[in-house]
Design a protein around this ligand. Structure first.
Ligand code: AR6
Length: 169
């Protein structure tokens, strides 16, 4: 069974085999986690993303899917980029958010990663309420059937950390 741990902090400082990026379909960067990863990881990550756009992902990475690149200068071996769904008050598909976690762990398994650090995907610019997102994230990881030993949720602030802690109890 995969061990789930929680950390409060900046995901770009995490030492893990793989760090997951809350990217957008373009794979070419943005704000939030995405901006921080590219800033701290350096240009090698963007180069790898551009190569993916030029090969397998000409139209971009679809929502709910995941793909790996180098982690550049980050203290990790790989960045796994995934695209969360944008939250809509009129109704959003939780299965797409769950898919981000499952597909990222599938990629981690293919890479042979033992430790994987995740941010709270879709809870920033994409607007997903933290409580619901935490429940979906924890359920998806618990149900993933992955060979990964440790999944570490890295939460940026105390309310997010507390929400995930409640969900894990
Ligand atoms: N470490 C850990 N968590 C962080 C960090 C960090 N360095 N920075 C922000 N968070 P977001 P999304 C938290 O917006 O909602 C980008 O522009 C943040 O407080 O990064 O999936 C992409 O290019 C929030 O709880 O991702 C896309 O266009 C969570 O991480 C879009 O934003 C996710 O916030 C993706 O939006």
């Amino acid at each position: 069974m995969v061990r789930i741990t929680l950390v409060r902090g900046d995901i770009t400082a995490e030492e893990a085999d793989a760090v997951v990026n809350a990217a957008n379909s373009s794979l070419l960067g943005g704000g939030g986690v995405d901006g921080a990863i590219h800033r701290r990881g350096g240009p090698e990550i963007l180069e790898a993303c551009r190569a993916l756009r030029a090969s397998h992902y000409g139209k971009g990475l679809p929502t709910g899917q995941a793909v790996a690149t180098t982690a550049g200068r980050l203290p990790a071996r790989w960045v796994i980029h995934t695209v969360g769904p944008v939250y809509q008050a009129s109704g959003s598909d939780p299965s797409l958010l769950a898919s981000c976690y499952r597909e990222s762990l599938k990629v981690a398994d293919e890479l042979g990663a033992h430790t994987v650090a995740f941010p709270a995907i879709s809870t920033g610019a994409y607007g997903w309420p933290m409580e619901e997102a935490a429940r979906i994230a924890v359920e998806a990881v618990r149900g993933a059937g992955t060979a990964v030993d440790e999944v570490r949720f890295v939460l940026f602030d105390e309310p997010a950390y507390d929400t995930f802690a409640r969900e894990l109890r």
